[in-house]
Design a binder for this molecule. Structure first.
Ligand code: CMP
Length: 140
């Protein structure tokens, strides 16, 4: 399997509850390595740009408001088949559907406050990594 990268966000519901370490521990235990990480407070422009693909969805405004409601931790994760590996450990978007042993089962509060974001494809991972990180910030 190829070593690839994916993009992760630890969302405001998780930073508010001081569980960024607990979330990161689950990522690491799943075989992912944090090769870049920073705590930021997203601007409205950043949230709208990042989630532009959802701009026609009914939850878009609430999603952007939530993602700017507090700090987040943006990360680049590296590992074998990183996108799928991360999606597996995150669990289903809606915590009601998330499997035991996943981050969202353990920590998510709702479909909106679902603790983590992860890229859904290698192509989007590259776009999302480039949205928040310069190459010099990524140290493998
Ligand atoms: P994320 O992986 O960050 O990508 C888009 C986010 O929209 C998703 O996780 C959810 O947290 C959020 N969201 C809020 N409401 C919905 C919904 N009804 N369906 C899908 N995603 C939703």
């Amino acid at each position: 399997m190829a070593v690839t990268r994916t993009f992760s966000i630890i969302k405001p519901d998780a930073t508010r509850r001081n569980i960024t370490g607990a979330v990161t521990k689950m990522l690491e235990e799943a075989g992912l390595r944090v090769v870049a990480s920073k705590r930021i407070h997203m601007t409205r422009d950043q949230a709208e740009g990042f989630y532009a693909v959802h701009s026609e969805r009914p939850f878009y405004n609430d999603l952007c408001a939530f993602m700017t409601s507090g700090p987040v931790v943006v990360q680049v994760l590296e590992g074998d088949n990183a996108v799928q590996r991360n999606r597996d450990v995150m669990g289903a978007t809606n915590p009601a559907d998330a499997a035991e042993g996943t981050i969202r089962k353990a920590f998510a509060e709702s479909i909106e406050a679902n603790s983590v974001h992860g890229s859904d494809s290698d192509e989007n991972a590259k776009i999302e990594i480039d949205f928040f990180f310069s190459q010099s910030e990524i140290v493998g």
